[in-house]
Write a protein that binds this ligand. Structure first.
Ligand SMILES: [Zn+2]
Ligand SMILES: [Zn+2]
Length: 476
């Protein structure tokens, strides 16, 4: 709006430097360290590949971390970064001030980029990549590698994205100097041979997070010899695992046992997600019993759980330190309402996020969890959308959550009073929402709170109400 502050002298200097590439590259060696970080960010945003290349090879910190903005279209930017590293590898010119050892291309950070000059949460080799020391001992070759490139990889069927593939090829050709450190690996409905091809290109003991999506059980078991080598895995996500096409019941049972035994062999597993997967029903106890360490996250979404599963869940020791619980899409309508209350009570001192969307919960379930919910004083996120709750019970729920002072994000279902058969009573919804917000406001100022109806079966939209936005279904 024209009221922006005028650029500072430093910004003007940086802009000038970016425009004059040759000049900038020639003075990089003498550039004050404090200017590097912001210059790099601006060069990155402007895709000044020549400057990026030169800055990487003159980088005055041990780590350079770039959030994964490098999508397919940014192959040129990635090439520039790797070319910069190439200068250091070949030692043709070793810029005096370069301290770079780790190039981090993962998307784990929420900031656009950062420099980890002091702290380092590296799980692969805690002290190794400081200063001039080699970064990694490769488990396969015993060779110490000088540089590490940290990445997340995803394979969809047989396809990599262009950047990932380029990077893997590039690193293969520099196998003596580069350690590719893959932190998150996602394999989406891939053939076994393609998965094995990647396993052979990376160190499996660097992987912290593995997501297997839309695999068929009989093919998934063929990956187990490799999974065994993922000794640092802390997060396992299984999504949409399919029944085998042709198999006997006994073979299938054996594969499931193999899977459980595999899971029991991850010594650091803390986060387990099983979504839309058919074989959890009736054997949750086996799954949770086999874990070596207590879980921090348990997410079971879109799965069917039996009464005995829920029974076990409410007693399970391996979830006593749970931070995150998601049971969205697990039908609880016929379950004993008390179980959920018992479960919450057991984890009340550690629980931070609770997601119970589309669980077919009724008033009796909400009433049963209220006493223990009040004790969950660490909760920052709750989500109860798409459940069946009456206005009076919803108000009571809000009186309880209003007292949870750490909540920053809360989602509630519209009460049953907002429906007439399949029709959503929009006026009623609009009228009730402010009233419900006031219940929270009586105790604290909500940060992010929303109320939502089910999807209207006429127009396929829902009604939504939060502090800023009001949306209504399209029906007249
Ligand atoms: Zn590594
Ligand atoms: Zn509608």
């Amino acid at each position: 709006m024209g009221d922006q502050a005028p650029p500072t002298l430093e910004q003007l200097a940086r802009q000038r430097l970016l425009r004059e590439e040759d000049l900038t590259i020639s003075i990089l060696e003498g550039l004050p360290v404090g200017l590097f970080q912001e210059m790099f960010q601006e060069a990155f945003n402007d895709r000044r590949t020549n400057i990026l290349r030169a800055m990487v090879s003159a980088w005055p910190f041990p780590d350079l971390s770039v959030r994964s903005l490098i999508k397919d279209s940014d192959l040129e930017t990635l090439k520039a970064l790797l070319d910069g590293l190439d200068v250091l590898i070949t030692d043709k010119v070793h810029p005096r001030r370069s301290k770079l050892r780790v190039l981090d291309l993962t998307g784990v950070d929420h900031d656009f980029w950062r420099i980890k000059a002091e702290t380092h949460e590296d799980d692969c080799s805690p002290q190794a990549e400081r200063q001039e020391q080699p970064v990694e001992v490769s488990p396969n070759s015993g060779v110490k590698k000088r540089f590490k490139v940290v990445i997340d990889l995803g394979l969809i069927k047989t396809r990599f994205n262009q950047c990932d593939w380029y990077l893997l090829q590039w690193a293969q050709q520099r196998n003596d100097s580069i350690h590719v450190c893959c932190r998150t690996l996602k394999l989406w409905d891939s053939p076994v041979f393609a998965a094995v091809q990647i396993f052979k290109m990376i160190n499996l003991d660097c992987i912290l997070e593995l997501i297997l999506s839309h695999w068929s059980l009989e093919f998934m078991v063929q990956l187990f010899p490799y999974l065994e080598q993922m000794r640092k895995l802390h997060t396992l996500e299984l999504v949409g695992i399919r029944e085998p096409l042709r198999s006997t019941a006994s073979a299938e049972q054996e594969w499931i046992s193999m899977l459980l035994s595999q899971i029991s062999r991850f010594p650091c597993l803390q986060n387990l997600s099983v979504h839309h997967t058919y074989f959890l029903t009736g054997c949750l106890e086996k799954w949770l019993r086999c874990l070596k360490t207590p879980l921090k996250t348990l997410s079971i979404a879109g799965c069917r759980l039996s009464q005995s599963d829920l029974d076990y869940l409410s007693q399970c020791l391996n979830i006593r330190e749970l931070n995150h619980l998601n049971l969205s899409g697990v039908e609880l309508s016929d379950s004993c309402p008390k179980l959920l209350g018992v479960l919450l009570e057991r984890i009340s001192s550690t629980l931070q996020t609770l997601e119970l969307e589309e669980c077919e919960m009724r008033d009796c379930h909400f009433n049963a969890i209220l006493p223990s919910l009040s004790q969950c004083s660490q909760l920052t996120v709750v989500s109860f959308c798409n459940n069946n709750i009456s206005l009076s019970v919803l108000k009571n729920l809000l009186r309880h959550t209003a007292k949870l002072s750490k909540l920053i994000y809360e989602k509630y279902p519209a009460p049953l009073e907002c429906y007439e058969g399949l029709r959503i009573l929009k006026d009623k919804f609009e009228l009730l929402c402010p009233e419900m917000l006031d219940i929270i406001r009586a105790e604290r100022q909500p940060k992010k709170v929303s109320f939502c109806t089910r999807t209207c079966l006429n127009c396929f939209h829902c009604c939504f109400y939060n502090l800023e936005v009001r949306l209504f279904c399209l029906c007249p």
